[in-house]
Design a binder for this molecule. Structure first.
Ligand code: HAM
Length: 410
């Protein structure tokens, strides 16, 4: 698991602010669920035969004897909260967003961490394809907000209880004759989760996939109409997409729409989501349709930092305080406090006594203005303002400091 270091905070602020702003513009309300939930929630929701539940959950028994898990994703917890607090009563459909750490015991590698962060949105309580489109559009606005271009949207449908069993059978019929050539994982998946055979990356399995039946040929009328309407809506919104019959996603709760966002700089997808009309039932409630998405913030930050993004995050600090001599140092915190209360971010290196060392720190900080406070200035009730871009200096009275600083930062 990784630390997020101070030097990287600007990027986290950037995606954090973009996520909040875009979600609020689309009228999603923020929801925060606990990091720890009952393991059974994920077993029932995501599915016991998925990689996430089978291999990747951090779960343990508490002293009280409950089996709990660090949340590997946010959708099942949001649905749990929906029931627990009857959230549908307050708003239908319920539109919520979340942002925070998720945990999966995966083999760490670039773009795959054991603690990672997701920004996600969920719309619960309506099965209309207009909401599938709304979820896609809010993500595209997010990408736009962080100036990430060349986003590729892959989209597919997984059908429903009516049409999916027929397709699953066709798929199994196709693979039955070829089972011995499948990789070990896929041989296991054949019985438990045949759809996953379609997204295996092993060479032999990929080769075999070419001739496999596709779900579009087996959709029932309702699923067909749903998928068609969704595509019409996103086309109407000028969204470019790529139909991908092999896109199945790794969580069992999906039905109908599934989609993923990709970026040329990232080997893995940046985010994905879909419709989960049976999740509520899997968790023991009545059937409540839902659709949502989660974006991986580490992957987005990597893509934004790469050459395809042309944003330069702004430095917050524009003022650096330099104090020379004991008396000046003593009075400094109080005066800096006045500036900070006026909303000015002030940097300092007061532990260093010499002017030279402090000026070095000013240069490193790349600020616009340095304030230099020495013995003479303490005595006169003044301070020197140095413009770091032009090198020009001016002495002003301390009583006018805030005003003079503001003038120079405008
Ligand atoms: P997911 O595809 O498992 O979906 O995860 C969503 C995104 O989280 C991925 O596309 C990826 O960007 C990021 N992610 C997943 N695992 C890792 C990892 N180990 N390291 C770094 N990033 C990772 C879900 O979690 C669903 N709950 C999405 C959803 C919401 N569906 C409907 N509503």
């Amino acid at each position: 698991m990784n630390d997020i270091l101070p030097k990287d905070q600007i990027w986290w602020d950037l995606v954090g602010q973009a996520g909040r702003r875009v979600a609020e513009l689309h009228n999603f309300s923020f929801i925060e669920t606990p990091l720890l939930e009952s393991a059974a929630l994920f077993e029932a929701g995501i599915g016991v035969n998925t990689d996430i539940v089978e291999k990747e959950m951090f779960s343990f028994r508490t002293k009280g004897g409950d089996t709990v898990a660090l949340r590997p994703e946010g959708t099942a917890p949001v649905m749990r909260s929906y029931f627990q607090h009857q959230l549908g009563y307050f708003s239908s459909p319920l539109k919520v967003f979340y942002s925070g750490p998720m945990f999966r015991y995966e083999r760490p590698q670039a773009g795959r961490e054991r603690q990672f962060h997701q920004w996600g949105v969920e719309i619960i309580g309506d099965g209309d394809p207009v909401y599938d489109a709304a979820v896609i559009l809010v993500c595209l606005d997010f990408f736009n907000e962080v100036k990430l271009k060349d986003i590729q949207l892959k989209i597919n449908t997984l059908g429903c209880r009516v049409c999916r069993p027929t397709y699953r059978q066709k798929l199994k019929d196709y693979y039955r004759l070829r089972k011995s050539k499948l990789c070990k994982d896929c041989q296991r998946r054949y019985d438990k989760n045949a759809f996953r055979l379609l997204d295996c990356k092993e060479e032999e399995c990929l080769k075999m996939r070419g001739g496999a039946p596709i779900i579009l040929d087996y959709l029932c009328q309702n699923c067909n109409n749903h998928f068609k309407s969704l595509l019409e809506i996103i086309e109407d919104n000028n969204v470019v997409y790529e139909p991908d019959s092999y896109l199945v996603r790794g969580l069992d709760y999906y039905n109908r729409t599934v989609f993923q966002f990709h970026h040329p700089s990232s080997p893995q997808e940046l985010g994905g989501g879909g419709r989960y009309d049976y999740l509520a039932e899997l968790l023991g409630g009545r059937m409540i349709p839902g659709v949502g998405v989660a974006l991986g913030l580490e992957r987005i930050i990597d893509a934004v930092r790469g050459r395809n993004a042309n944003i330069q995050p702004k430095l917050g600090m524009k003022i650096f305080w330099v104090a020379v001599g004991d008396q000046a140092q003593k009075s400094s915190l109080k005066l800096m406090g006045q500036l900070r209360r006026a909303g000015v971010i002030v940097g300092e290196n007061l532990g260093r006594k010499s002017l030279r060392a402090q000026l070095k720190a000013v240069n490193r900080a790349k600020v616009k203005v340095a304030l230099i406070f020495g013995q003479k200035e303490v005595f006169e009730g003044t301070i020197i303002i140095r413009d770091m871009e032009t090198g020009g200096q001016e002495t002003v009275f301390l009583k006018n400091l805030i005003e003079e600083v503001r003038k120079r930062l405008r």
